[in-house]
Design a protein around this ligand. Sequence first.
Ligand code: ATP
Ligand code: MG
Length: 657
Amino acid sequence: MHPAPQPLPVEAGSSAYGRLMDFSRQDPHAFWRMQASRIHWQRAFDQVLDDGRAPFARWFAGGLTNLCYNAVDRHLPERGEQSALVCVSQETGQERVLSYRQLHREVSIMAAILLARGVQRGDRVLVYLPMMAEAAIAMLACARIGAVHSVVFGGFAPASLAARIADAAPALVVCADAGFQNGVAVRYKTWVDQAMDIAGCSCPVLVVDRGLLPWTAVPQRDHDYHALRTQYFDADVPCVWLESGEPSYLLYTSGTTGQPKGVQRDTGGHAVALATSMALLFQGQPGQTMFTTSDLGWVVGHSYGVYAPLLTGMCTVLYEGSPMRPDASAWWRLAEKYRVNLMLSSATAMRLLKRGGRRAFRMADLSALRCLFLAGEPLDEPTAAWLEDALGKPVIDHYWQTETGSPVIGLPLTDLDGHTPLRRQRGSPGLATAGYRLELRDEHSGASCAPGSKGLLMAAGVLPPGCLTTLWQRDEQFVRTYWSQLPEQAELSSPSGQWRYATFDLAVADVQGHLRVLGRADDVINVAGKRLGTREVEEILLADDAVAEVAVFGIPHPLRGQVPVAVVVPRPDTGYQRSLLEHRLGDAVVAAIGAWARPRRIVLAQALPRTRSGKVLRRDLRELVAREASGDVAAPELQELQQALAAAARLDLPEPA
Ligand code: ATP
Ligand code: MG
């Protein structure tokens, strides 16, 4: 027997998928009405979209639904015994698998405890837990009773936690006694105590005791979750039917470009958007398993670690631990063990794993895995190619933001038939996803950009379902931060048509509309009057086999305005020679872009400084240099890099050859 011939890839734009996406823009009301049937509505909505107060959008206005019902209860008759949640902790060695029925029980218990402690519909519940089952259970329990969860990443220390407590003013906090970071215990409960003091908050605290570190209960305030769990074991808590626009959660952005913003998500639009993206873009099927490596404290964890897989009737895998321990094959072994079909991770994590070499990628049986999705940072072409080769699976990049809740630019692996591959371009996440009318506009003039020229990435009209509905209690700041109005409003018929949402990212499109995100607008530098995207240089450097990671940023120069400096983390196993490597990299940039773009210095480093969410920020590197100049010494682990960068920035050094 001959194997069935592989269909040839089709042009994404003209595929059935592409036509459906066009339809989502031409007739958003019809498109989203169709997609809304993916979830259960207790009462049908009166209006698909109410944009009378644009740029505020109310999707599925008048409809009543509940996220927890859709994610858990709805599946009980058909898949009650199927696995819903797998929690693996490499830190404690524990593995826990919950079926939909068991998850339903746990969520009911948690919901009953929240109610008994006085939490009401619309109240905020702050969740400060490591990657453990109770984190997802607490989120779903909030959804069940109409409370608004605000999950805070466990790595945030007391001051950051306090800022989020003060802003959200929770009616209750859920925390653990402790968690781990790279094998070191982190005192969650102690940090909560300190943060509550700083924020002047005295609400009840529910402590999920993992038996890792002793803790002292504050009388009248603290409650032991496990003790209460026995008490409420048989609790039956009905789902509260919420109006579609009622908030489901708050999530603060990583704050890499200023103060964290309290992104507020609705209920109905959120459910429909995630169910739609899972079906059309990720192409996950009921009964399949998804492993999202992101912490639940970030948006990727919210959307694809909890809600989207469960709304779809899939099983989701949560992992507590580092991808590098016990070795770089940890994630792949997990994917083998649980027959993971879809995996979602970040480009940052993959670059880290790449440093360990190819071998770790091939140490597990990944026959169930369909593809690996990445998001969070630009995925350069060389890394994408390397990964696809090392993994033997397609690697698909998606662009999105905390604000949008699901991908804005992306492509599915195959067309709607689930079979015909779509043509993808490495280095580009692809095309606008459902409902997005994306535009590139010149940063200064606001004019729209022709294919090939860089512009600010904007979305026209109100945002599709699932995006932020406002910033928590800051409607005015929401409009001021993200929205602008175009003068040509007279020509537009709908009230929302005149509005533009700013992503603050810079992108470029080709003639077919494939978009390439070049990075944050403030990462673009001006070299002798020419605009240079730091990503353009980074991509060239990453093509060198000896390079694992790289960050390019600009430093001031009296003649040229700014000049690029590159920090390069070499791969130790490649036996590179320092000066040869520096020359080779510089030459590669000259050959690809021009002599003007050659980095003034290439600084070799062991690692790059990262934000809590794992991103490398060019702004942080600029600040390291600026702080040295004003005598401000960096944290010990960054001092060497700070010295090297400061030396590179000193203009009395001769220009490189
Ligand atoms: P803050 O808004 O508080 O500064 P943040 O922007 O880092 O924080 P996120 O919402 O987690 O918080 O990150 C979204 C940003 O990440 C995007 O605006 C973009 O700059 C970048 N990004 C995400 N995915 C991609 C991708 N696939 N390609 C390029 N950039 C990406
Ligand atoms: Mg942002």
